[in-house]
Every structure is written in C-alpha cells, then in structure tokens.
Design a protein around this ligand. Structure first.
Ligand SMILES: [Zn+2]
Length: 388
C-alpha cells in the first residue's frame, strides 16, 4: 500500500485540502486527514475524452477552410490520399497524446482501421464506435456487411483489454439512410451520433435549404422535408433513446432540449472544434439544468487542434461565458471526468476518488493556492503525470 499526500484532491469536481489517499494494487483503500506535509500536486480522477477521432491526427493544422462544410469536403478529399499505414501510425500518435494529457477512457468514432490497436497499446479503455455512413451507397446491404465484418475484427481485438468495447454507430442524420438509422436506434446498443453540429442540419430537415440540401439536389438524390428540427426527426425515427450519445448539439432550441432530456440520451460537448468550425455555441448550461449528462470531448485534431484536455476545459469555460450562460469550473471538471464517463450509458463502476474505487488517477503539478479554476487555466500535458 502506498500513501499519496497531495496539496488537494478533486472529488466530484470539488477541490478538498488536507487529505491523504492510500492506494493498493490500483484500488483506493483509505482516505483520511493528512498526517504529513503535502507534495505540490493535485490528485484527480483521470480524464475521459467523451468524443474522439484518433484517425485524423495526421490532419492537425492541415485544413485551412474556416467553415464546417468547406472543411468537411476538404477532409473527405484528403482521406483517400492517406495510406492505411499512415492512418495506423497517426492513431498511435493520437492515443499516446491522449494518455499524456491524462485521458484513461474515451469514446472513439472510427471509420478506418487503427483505433483499437492504438488504444490497447496505450492502455486506453473506452468505447469504439464503428461509424456507419451509407447515404452515398447504392447497395446499403453490401456496405453494412463490410462494416459488420470490420466490427467483428475490432471486437476480437477488444477482448485483449476488458475495458474496451465496440459497436456500430450512425455517423450523422445526413450521412445515413433512414432504414439504417431506424435499425441502429432499435438495436439498443451503446451508440453515438453527431447531432445538430451546424445550422445546416435543421435547415435541411425543416425547409430543405442550405448546403446539405443543395448537395443532395446536385447529386440528384431525393430527400424528405419534414418541417421539423433534426432532433425531432431523429426522435421520430427512434434514434434518440437511452445509450445514444449525441455529439455537439450546437443548433438546438428549447423544444429540442426537452426532447433530448426526456429521451434518455447523453451529450458530448466539443467546444474547441465548434469554435474552429464556426458552429453555434452549444447551450450546455441549459442542457445541464434540464438534467442531461454532458461529457467533454476533444473531437478530431483536424478541427479541435492539439490533444490537450486542459485547453478543452478552458474553451468550455470561455464559450459558456461568451453565451452569458456560464458553467462553473467544477462543472467543467466533472464533464471532463465523472460526467464524461457517465455519458456512455451506464458503464461498470464509478469514476471518482472514493474508497474501493479503481478509477485511474492523475497528479497535476500545483501550488498551495491552486483552485479548480487555476488548474484549468494553468494545466497542460507537461504538468500531468500518472499515479496508478
Ligand atoms: Zn466528431
């Protein structure tokens, strides 16, 4: 058994001083009042990256286009230029960087191969979502067979690490056909979908206007106009149900938030990516007040930038103030730890510092005067190290 004597311990987002923590074989055995002079660091549960795309690490700072649709068309153009070996290497780099910034668990969207190997090699637990994209496929059944085969391969790799699982997920409303969306809603498995990231999704479903609708028309592909927001349409399709994590939720209104909070979904908030791609600022304050579970995700390095959970937390605080609907530093820390973990349905165990907990722990360099806010403002991967 070893005793940790930090300056402070972050328990459920709140900083507690004057405590020491005993660890034995990775389990917290005891928490008691300090018996010796503390060392200059803060002890915290490791971070949870609620939404990630390791495979785009090679596109960090490679796409200058400022707006979402120009950006994603460029990303789509660059993708086939990357070799499978390069993608695997970049997944490794990104997984290592997640580890370096204190992430132990993540929700990973994966289109190409490489995430599972990289997460296993770097001791990262989490959920791998094999992205389903069918909107441009004439033969949806053939595409689904290919994706199911890929999922089987990923699941076989996951068995080597008990804290890694995999399932299929719909990439977004506009990239998946309606029948497949219904099926992925019905199967009840843990899943994740990009939702209302831009204003274009609800313009597409509500009035059939904007770049999504224009693209469909130029391709000669028919589409339905519902007079409803994308949240309402997905809810009617049965996609919004417990176990579904909705990523972004930037362009949503009061009615959408009500639907989200009654449907049992959870949310992943990715503020740096949203700022970079000129998305509306997500109404996280309102979602938390409505009782929704919101995790914090770093998204893809092609939009979110360098893999740094402290930078993501700073952005979450800053954009909430910009909206005049501030989050507290404690809420943001919870979003980056325990709430992020809870955003994946109901994974086994807790994600906190408590007796009997096996939650991975990190130590972040800090002075006596440290607060949760100063940790967010001043923290970086270089000030973070692993405890267990
Ligand atoms: Zn994403």
């Amino acid at each position: 058994m070893s005793w940790l004597r930090p300056e402070g311990v972050i328990i459920d987002g709140e900083l507690h001083r004057g405590l020491e923590v005993a660890i034995h074989h990775g389990v917290i055995e005891e928490i008691r009042a300090s018996s010796a002079r503390p060392e200059p660091y803060i002890l915290s549960p490791a971070f949870v990256n609620a939404h990630s795309h390791l495979e785009y690490r090679g596109m960090l700072d490679q796409i200058p286009h400022p707006e979402y649709y120009e950006w994603i068309y460029e990303l789509t153009r660059l993708k086939p230029l990357e070799t499978p070996e390069f993608v695997r290497e970049q997944c490794m780099v990104a997984a290592k960087e997640n580890r370096a910034t204190g992430v132990a668990w993540m929700g990973e969207h994966s289109d190409r191969t490489g995430s599972a190997e990289a997460m296993i090699a770097n001791g990262l637990g989490g959920w791998i979502f094999q992205e389903v994209i069918t909107a441009n496929d004439a033969d949806v059944a053939a595409r689904m067979k290919l994706l199911r085969d890929r999922l089987t391969q990923t699941k076989a790799l996951c068995t080597s690490q008990s804290s890694l699982s995999a399932s299929l997920n719909p990439h977004a409303y506009f990239t998946v056909d309606r029948q497949t969306l219904r099926e992925l809603g019905e199967n009840g498995e843990p899943s994740s979908i990009h939702l209302a990231e831009t204003i274009h999704e609800s313009n597409y479903t509500r009035t059939g206007t904007g770049p999504l609708a224009d693209r469909r028309r130029s391709q000669g592909i028919p589409f339905e106009i519902y007079g409803q927001s994308v949240v309402e349409v997905l809810n009617d399709l049965g996609v919004l149900r417990p176990g579904m994590q909705c990523v972004h939720c930037c362009d949503i209104d009061k009615k959408d938030i009500e639907i989200l909070s009654t449907s049992g979904v959870t949310i992943a908030h990715c503020p740096r990516s949203n700022v970079r791609l000129q998305c509306p600022i997500s109404p996280v304050r309102e979602m938390l007040d409505a009782g929704l579970t919101v995790g914090l995700g770093m998204d893809s390095p092609a939009s979110g930038g360098p893999i740094d959970m402290f930078a993501e937390m700073r952005s979450a605080l800053d954009v909430s103030h910009e909206r005049n609907a501030p989050l507290t530093p404690q809420e943001v820390w919870r979003m980056a730890t325990s709430m992020g973990y809870q955003s994946f349905g109901a994974p086994k165990g807790d994600w906190n510092i408590a007796i009997g907990s096996k939650t991975p722990l990190i130590a972040i360099s800090a002075t006596k005067e440290a607060s949760v806010e100063s940790m967010i403002r001043l923290g970086s991967p270089t000030s973070t190290r692993w405890v267990n």
